[in-house]
Ligand binder design. Structure first.
Ligand code: FAD
Ligand code: NAP
Length: 469
């Protein structure tokens, strides 16, 4: 006889076999945080990783061909901000460690929590589909296919370059070198040259500064201004300043903007474009060095590129310079190449998810690390992994469909109202606010899950094999 309390009742044989098994795509800092959450809950999972090691973007010259790290890349979110909550970075690390230290830290994390054997290295996920019964079929580049009850997507969002759209007139016949920041390795390519760097994000800051030490001339071109945040204020990394999410954002914003003006003066004082927004309305550009290099005369600010012609770069103010190299620091595209585009995609970097994790229409798929915080990604990915782990275990229940949709709509409206319109401002969150509201949501969902009659999703449950020990 049917047992009405049996959550597996009514599921297909394929679903039954797949349930209890979870697939994690990617073992970068987001994938490993999620994998650890599954591991400690005894949920059976496979994590597939294209590379021969963990760490994703933080592995310089990663053999997955996807890392944007350059030889002299250092984090710009400070160590305490970036480390996972239960695994501090070594105390001898500086405030802003080098990429080699960050990559080593991720390796140590996996070994410390003991789930390396759950990661299948040099195994790319090529195609993923979902059958009507909810079973996910994951096709690997080894030729193998496997079935899963749930899918965690942690494939990163800083590996597919976004080139200027449309391309600048004359870029197809420009005589110099053109590259995207993603393929930048070190400043040896700039030695003795005339270099134009385009963009006002963190890649543009770092690359213009690196160029300024060896190039004959470096121009920093921008289509709009940003607030430049130094790495330190009052002797402390700036992201360690008190930023209580219970204080209204407008008050925090006014305080920070005043502080930045007092510290360094308005950006236009340094020849940069005047920001058309207030602090906190664009992804922060953090640089302790760019203003110095501009004020030492080694970087010349310019407006946006208008066209390229022969060996010349023309700017929107009518000026032109001879250039040997143009570096497009124009950002990245969000992409899930393993999904059919009409199933799940992010056109123009746009994707609507409940708190950046749960898909409102497709059960059983969860996105980890798909956000741009004012702060580091790792602790947020860790919280997301724990949240999904609770859900899969039956310890968290989602709000109603209507509430989820209203939450997404409110979040999208707030993001549109606050941020400068740009393809780089589609998945923004505030670090403290996100952690705070997610913790509250997890509590609310835990209460809902304790209500009599809550039937957890039949996506997966700890398998006998993993719970036995
Ligand atoms: C130059 C640069 C500097 C940055 N600095 C900071 C910083 O200081 N602080 C900060 O918080 N953030 C920073 N970021 C943001 C960056 O996205 C995060 O630091 C971090 O790398 C995100 O981790 P992730 O795991 O989500 O993605 P990734 O690091 O990109 O890892 C994704 C992993 O998924 C794997 N993968 C992808 N597709 C597949 C597939 N189909 N099959 C199998 N495996 C797959 C990849 O091989 C990779 O290992 C920076 C980004 C860039 C580009
Ligand atoms: N040291 C570090 O830790 C470090 C270093 C580099 C990068 N990062 C991180 O890596 C991520 C990506 O940063 P990013 O700087 O590469 O990209 P980004 O933040 O997306 O910035 C892209 C920049 O290019 C501009 N842009 C885009 N298209 C353009 C066009 N057609 N013409 C003119 N300008 C254009 C954007 O202007 P609009 O604002 O007008 O769109 C923006 O200024 C961020 O999370 C960043 O924090 C960190």
């Amino acid at each position: 006889m049917d047992d009405p309390d049996d959550p597996t009742q009514g599921i297909s044989p394929a679903q039954s076999e797949a349930s209890g098994r979870v697939c994690v795509i990617g073992a970068g800092s987001s994938g490993i945080a999620a994998a650890k959450a599954l591991h400690e809950r005894g949920i059976d999972f496979d994590c597939f990783e294209k590379s021969d090691r963990v760490g994703g973007n933080w592995v310089f010259e990663n053999n997955n061909g996807m890392s944007a790290a350059y030889r002299d890349l250092f984090i710009n979110t400070s160590r305490p901000r970036m480390e996972y909550s239960d695994f501090p970075m070594p105390s001898h690390y500086p405030d802003f460690p080098h990429h080699t230290q960050i990559a080593a830290y991720f390796e140590e994390y996996v070994d410390h929590f003991g789930f390396r054997d759950r990661i299948e290295f040099e195994t790319g996920v090529q195609h993923v589909s979902r059958a009507d019964d909810g079973v996910w079929t994951v096709e690997l580049d080894t030729g193998e296919s496997r079935a899963y009850g749930a899918l965690l997507v942690a494939n990163g969002h800083h590996w597919l370059p976004r080139w200027p759209e449309p391309a600048f007139p004359g870029s197809d016949t420009f005589s110099g070198q053109q590259l995207h920041a993603h393929s930048y390795i070190d400043n040896s390519i700039f030695e003795g040259k005339s270099v134009v760097v385009l963009g006002m994000g963190n890649s543009a800051m770092d690359i213009a500064v690196e160029s300024s030490y060896v190039a004959e001339s470096t121009y920093l071109a921008a289509r709009q201004g940003v607030w430049i945040v130094p790495k330190y204020i009052f002797g402390k990394p700036v992201d360690q300043m008190n930023n209580d999410p219970r204080v209204p954002f407008k008050i925090r914003q006014r305080f920070m903007q005043q502080l930045l003006k007092l510290y360094a003066g308005a950006p236009e004082r340094h020849g940069l474009p005047k920001p058309n927004h207030r602090f906190g309305e664009a992804h922060p550009t953090v640089s302790g060095r760019i203003l110095d290099r501009i004020q030492h005369g080694t970087i010349a600010p310019k407006p946006n590129i208008a066209a390229l012609e022969g060996s010349q770069v023309h700017f929107e103010d009518g000026s032109a310079v001879d250039a040997d190299v143009v570096v497009y620091c124009t950002g990245y595209q969000i992409s899930f190449p393993f999904f059919e585009e009409n199933f799940i995609s992010a056109p123009e970097n746009h994707i609507e998810l409940f708190r950046r994790v749960f898909h409102p229409d497709i059960p059983g798929v969860f996105f980890i690390g798909l956000l741009q915080p004012l702060g580091a990604i790792m602790p947020l990915a860790e919280a997301q992994g724990a949240w999904v782990g609770d859900y899969l275990q039956g310890d968290y229940a989602l709000p109603s469909d209507a509430e989820i949709r209203a939450d997404i709509a409110a979040d999208q409206a707030a993001m549109r109202a606050r941020y400068v319109a740009s393809k780089r401002h589609t998945i923004q969150v505030d670090y403290e606010d996100y952690l705070y509201t997610l913790a509250k949501e997890r509590q609310a969902g835990a209460q809902r899950a304790r209500i009599d009659g809550y039937r957890p999703p039949a996506l997966c449950r700890p398998s006998a094999a993993t719970t036995a020990s």
